[in-house]
Write a protein that binds this ligand. Sequence first.
Ligand SMILES: Nc1ncnc2c1ncn2[C@@H]1O[C@H](COP(=O)(O)OP(=O)(O)O)[C@@H](O)[C@H]1O
Ligand SMILES: [Mg+2]
Length: 247
Amino acid sequence: MKTIAILNHKGGTGKTTSTLNIGAGLARLKKKILLVDIDPQSNLTEGLGLRDVKTSIYNSIKDGTPLPILRISEYLDIVPSSLDLLGAEIELVSRFGRETILKKLLKEVSKDYDYVIIDCAPALGMLTVNALVSADTVLIPLEAEYFAYRGIDRLVSIIGEVRSHYNEKLTIGGVFITKKNPSRVITDQITESIKKYFNEKLFNTSIRINVALVEAQLKGISVFEYEPMSNGAKDYSKLVDEILIKI
Ligand SMILES: Nc1ncnc2c1ncn2[C@@H]1O[C@H](COP(=O)(O)OP(=O)(O)O)[C@@H](O)[C@H]1O
Ligand SMILES: [Mg+2]
C-alpha cells in the first residue's frame, strides 16, 4: 500500500481533478483505491456525485471514530469531506498528537488498498500536515503560468519539516503540469523553467486544458467514464502509467 498526497498551496491548480482521475485511472487497472478528501471545500466529494454526506472525515478527526468509507465502484472508495472540516484547524490547536490523527485512522484500513490518495486543501495548516505525516510521497500539480512555483519553497520546506519530525520516508514523488494550453507560445518557456527548477522530478506527461475534465466533475464521474477518448482521459491515463513506473 502506498499513500500519495496531492498538494499545492495554491487553489485551482488541478489537485482535485488530478486526485479524482488518477484514482479512477488506477482503479481501471484493477488497483484498489481509497480517495481521501481532506479539503473543507469538499470538491472531490461533490465531484464524485456525493452531496450532504451524514458522516465525513471531520467526525473521525474529531472523535476518533473509524473513517467513513463510501463505495464509488468496485475498485474505488472515498472518505468524504464536509464543510465542518473548516473548524478542525482551530479545534486541533489544543490536541495532543494532532499531527498523527489521520495516519492512525488510515492504518486501520490501509491493508484493504493498493493506493490511498489524499486531496489536500490549498493550505499548509494542520490538515495538510496530517496528510503529509500519513503519506509516502507527494505529487504536486502545477499550472503552466508565471509564478506557478511562487511559494513552492515554503511547501518544500514544510515537507522537509514533516520528514525530519514525523515521517522520514516522505518523498516528493514528482511534479506535473496541469491545464496546459499547447497553442500558447509562452507555455513552452514556462515549462522549460519549471523543468530547470525541478529537474528529474518533473513528469514527462502534462495535462492539457480539456473541457471534458470540467464536465465530468459536474456530472459526478471520472473523465474515463464521461468521455474516454477525450484529451483529458488520454493525458490522465498517460500520467497514471508514469506514476506506476516512478513512484
Ligand atoms: N486540465 C484541465 N482543463 C480544464 N479545466 C480544468 C483542468 N484541470 C482542472 N480544471 C478545472 O479548474 C478548476 C480548478 O481545478 P481543481 O482540480 O478543482 O483545482 P484545485 O483542487 O487545485 O483547487 C476546476 O473547475 C476544474 O474543473
Ligand atoms: Mg481542490
